[in-house]
Design a protein. Structure first.
Lengths: 115, 325
């Protein structure tokens, strides 16, 4: 189940930041998981909650923003909103789309407590 | 795979890949107390200072850094690497064995190697080694996909890698492209149409392999994988008369999630379509200066028949799409 690997990746990003910025506790972790990022958000949250006890993320509030997917429709030459990669263009109904947004999985921001 | 940080620890010399499990908290060491020492420079009783740290860090950043290093490493060694992804049972290993045998006949100068990924056993690597081609088996244990550090570690152990280096090899010296080096590296990923889509291994391209005994709507069910692939290979074409698989529909579905995807139809068993597959693989490698063999009359006729077949299918697909809108 790769949400566990992703949670591990998030923990690693946070630990690297902790070493650089000298904090020992995170009070809020703000993530972005776009609709087209290929991430099951509930599974990610579950994996994070399983993994954080005893780490710098212990007790942190986990906030996951899920921006909608956007794509460029090559048929009607405009940017459109899509919920998944299998969607057709909501305007012309064709499937000539290139995803442009909502594809990322990243750690946006940390609210940390000074040690 | 390390469950804590999701990496795998490469053996042998490292490419600067740090790996630590240290989760201890910070330690106080000064005798003095300085309430103005935090970043806000004030002390507010009852409220411990907090600050925001904007990171905008890609979660897969660590993997992607290693993937970039792999990509540069492959290029420096004249290696073209393909990441083969599919469901379990699509015929990847059988196709690889047939491909190796065909390449040996057609391009004997081309060096080949395989990195095999499975949860357990080295059965697949054994099948490849039986052809005489070097293969490294990576067992992922509980892991469901290969990642860039695993591929880096496996590549270190292949003759493709060792060949171009002198005895004193270290990470930082410039890699020299061996004169005329042409090699193909096949990375057979763990059978899984979900997770490998997200993990860049440093390959030239992902090739999604789908057999005609599976559902023709697989591209819709697993869109991330088909969106990430450059080529879709439909295998086991010799079984088409026995199944209800509609090739045109499958291609149309794949084009919905990836308008630019290329498609090949072949059978490792009968040999149908294998020539076009070898051409595709070598299209990335580049032809040597000499030894361009003109197509025989039979091959030309077969190619013309295939083109006519694909054009007929394209016409059918276009009319299906036209009717649907």
């Amino acid at each position: 189940m790769h949400e566990m690997s992703l949670a591990g990746g998030i923990l690693r990003v946070v630990e690297d930041a902790a070493a650089r910025e000298h904090f020992t506790r995170v009070t809020r972790l703000s993530l972005e998981a776009g609709a087209l990022a290929g991430v099951e958000v509930r599974a990610l949250r579950f994996a994070l909650e399983a993994m954080t006890p005893g780490t710098v993320l212990a007790g942190a509030q986990i906030e996951i923003d899920e921006p909608a997917g956007t794509a460029w429709c090559m048929a009607c030459s405009r940017s459109v909103a899509i919920a998944s990669r299998t969607d057709a263009c909501p305007h012309c109904g064709r499937w000539q789309l290139t995803p442009t947004g909502g594809t990322e999985l990243k750690v946006r921001e940390l609210i940390v407590q000074e040690s | 795979m390390c469950v804590v940080c999701g990496c795998s620890n490469p053996e042998g010399h490292a490419h600067g890949h740090g790996h630590t499990h240290d989760h201890t908290h910070g330690h106080a060491h000064d005798a003095d107390l300085d309430f103005g020492a935090n970043s806000a420079r004030v002390s507010v009783p009852g409220m411990s200072a907090e600050r925001a740290i904007r990171l905008e860090a890609d979660v897969l950043g660590a993997n992607d850094r290693v993937a970039r290093a792999n990509r540069a490493h492959f290029e420096a060694h004249g290696v073209v690497a393909y990441n083969l992804v599919s469901s379990p049972g699509s015929g990847k290993t059988t196709l690889l064995v047939a491909t190796i045998e065909a390449l040996r006949r057609a391009q004997p100068d081309l060096r080949l190697a395989v990195i095999e990924g499975d949860q357990q056993t080295h059965h697949d690597a054994d099948r490849i080694r039986a052809t005489g081609v070097p293969a490294i088996q990576v067992n992922t244990g509980k892991g469901c996909h290969l990642d860039a550090p695993m591929v880096a570690a496996a590549f270190e152990r292949l003759p493709l890698h060792a060949h171009a280096h002198g005895p004193a090899h270290d990470d930082h010296h410039a890699h020299l492209l061996e004169r005329g080096a042409r090699s193909l590296l096949f990375i057979e990923n763990v059978g899984n149409l979900v997770c490998p889509a997200m993990w860049d291994l440093g390959e030239r391209a992902k090739v999604a392999i789908l057999s005609v005994t599976e559902g023709e709507d697989k591209p819709l069910k697993y869109p991330d994988m088909f969106a990430a692939a450059k080529l879709m290979v439909l295998t086991k074409s010799d079984l088409l008369p026995h199944v209800d698989f509609d090739v045109a529909h499958c291609i149309a579905y794949a084009r919905r999630v990836n308008p630019a995807i290329e498609v090949l139809l072949l059978s490792a068993k009968s040999g149908q379509g294998m020539d076009a597959w070898l051409d595709w693989l070598q299209g990335e490698v580049g032809e040597p200066a000499a030894a361009v063999v003109p197509a025989s009359r039979d091959e030309t006729a077969a190619l013309k028949a295939r083109i006519a077949e694909l054009e007929a299918r394209l016409a059918q697909v276009t009319s299906v799409q036209g009717a649907a809108t």
